[in-house]
Design a protein around this ligand. Structure first.
Ligand code: BGC
Length: 448
């Protein structure tokens, strides 16, 4: 299926928010050593500054939940872009740890809000046949953002330019701001606000090959779904028998995504490699860039297979592969004569399985499964689960590693993935190729 150029531009734009997410998340790893030579950094102030992003993100999700329905997806993303610009400039210009922490908190708010609003915008714009690939473009750009941040850190490290590293984030943020100012609003939100004519015009522009009668049918379907969903104003609506399984599924899936240990690897890759016995900071940094590249490459594979193979087999297979690779890593750490190359091979396998499955699928499901009137709050619950667990894992990893050792730590991650296999087998629905409206209609039986 070919996508119109207007639609492609919008997809690229929303994906740019994924890039900002990954870049601002990854850049701190490279900047940190140099920040500590400029300011007095205590373990507490370092911890607080690192935690500021996931903490800000939880707040950002809540704000986006309140305003995505009221202001629209587009205006929320516009505000996010503005905050990304401000946060990047302020963090580059910080005169102390307090200002740095506050500006990282601001960036966290923008990351959190856009981590909800951008996939929502993408899923609402994409035609069903390619929705999996389109929403995965968001995840792809997270991984590209992480990789570019690793490369920027590597390139600027000899000059110790941490301010430039942090401030560079304002370039993609400014591009996103210009882009969103010129983009249309999501047609589904327009219908939600009773602006059906604008919705028809937007769909016609985004999908020029869609017949007018088809557009009319789509608008009617969106309207019908809005009418039969319980009132979103009440949180109790989430306890309705047809909605609760979706909430539980989306939240637990994000818990498991984070408990698979991905951000322990993303934030602490060089540390893990030195733990595995890989000698020299340079070799560790290069291997880190290698991990980042593989993360990007396998996310591209995910985009190619997700609409063909389907979500369910990919998720189950991803958990099986991740559990096996993590168990293997744990085993190599447990054997005293562990070889760094063998542990590295396990890490490579884990990243590959994560990127092809556990990375993109929770975001995709989250954007597909909630009925439109509950979408904002439902996605907020799911995204909060992601960020809260992200915070916990990143915060606790060094502590557990120091206290219990690498073998136990990776064994715990493996156990969560093994639980994920059973969970995905019992709970994961298949949504490949089905329109959001049809998914909503079959919500009564979302399992298997
Ligand atoms: C996760 C992030 C993670 C990234 C790595 C995303 O799906 O939500 O926490 O850093 O994948 O690629």
């Amino acid at each position: 299926m070919t996508l119109g150029s207007a639609l492609l531009r919008l997809i690229a734009l929303a994906a740019l928010f994924g890039f900002l997410f990954g870049f601002d998340e990854g850049i701190i790893a490279g900047a940190l050593p140099f920040i500590s030579t400029t300011f007095t950094v205590t373990p507490a102030s370092e911890g607080l500054m690192t935690a500021a992003v996931p903490l800000g993100a939880v707040l950002g999700v809540v704000l986006a939940a309140v305003y995505s329905d009221r202001l629209g997806r587009r205006r929320v993303l516009m505000l996010c872009a503005l905050v990304f610009v401000a946060g990047s400039i302020l963090s580059g210009a910080a005169d102390g740890m307090e200002m740095l922490t506050l500006s990282r908190l601001l960036l966290g708010i923008a990351i959190g809000a856009s981590s909800m609003a951008a996939p929502m915008f993408l899923a609402e714009l994409a035609p069903p046949a390619v929705r999996g690939a389109v929403v995965s473009a968001f995840q792809l750009m997270i991984t590209v953002g992480i990789l570019i941040s690793y490369l920027v850190s590597l390139g600027l490290a000899p000059f110790e330019q941490w301010r430039v590293m942090l401030a560079l984030g304002m370039v993609p943020a400014a591009v996103a701001l210009v882009g969103i100012l010129r983009s249309p609003e999501s047609p589904r939100w327009l219908v939600l606000r009773g602006r059906d004519d604008e919705a028809r015009a937007t769909i016609a522009k985004l999908e020029p090959t869609r017949a007018p009668v088809d557009i009319e049918h789509l608008v009617k379907e969106i309207r019908a779904n809005i009418a039969h969903t319980p009132d979103a104003a009440r949180w109790g609506a989430f306890l309705a028998p047809r909605v609760l399984p979706v909430v539980v599924f989306a939240m637990v899936l994000f818990f498991l995504q984070q408990l698979s240990g991905i951000n322990a690897v993303i934030y602490y890759a060089p540390k893990i490699m030195s733990e595995a016995g890989l000698p020299g900071v340079h070799a560790q940094l290069f291997a880190t860039v290698g991990i980042g590249t593989l993360n990007v490459a396998m996310t591209i594979v995910a985009m190619m297979v997700v609409d063909r193979m389907g979500r369910r087999p990919l998720l189950i297979g991803g958990f099986v592969g991740a559990a096996a690779s993590l168990a293997f890593i744990a085993y190599t750490f447990a054997t005293p004569e562990n070889d760094s190359i063998i542990a590295l091979a396990g890490l490579v396998a884990y990243i590959a399985f994560f990127a092809v499955s556990l990375g993109p699928l929770p975001w995709l499901y989250m954007s597909e499964l909630f009925p439109i009137r509950l979408k904002t709050r439902g996605m907020a619950l799911a995204a909060c689960a992601n960020w809260a667990m992200n915070f916990l894992v990143v915060f606790l990893f060094p502590v557990v590693l120091a206290g219990a050792g690498a073998a136990v730590t990776f064994g715990i991650f493996a156990a969560f993935c093994a639980f994920g296999v059973v969970f995905a087998y019992l709970m994961a629905p298949e949504t490949k190729g089905v329109s959001l409206e049809e998914i909503e209609r079959t919500l009564e039986a979302p399992v298997g």
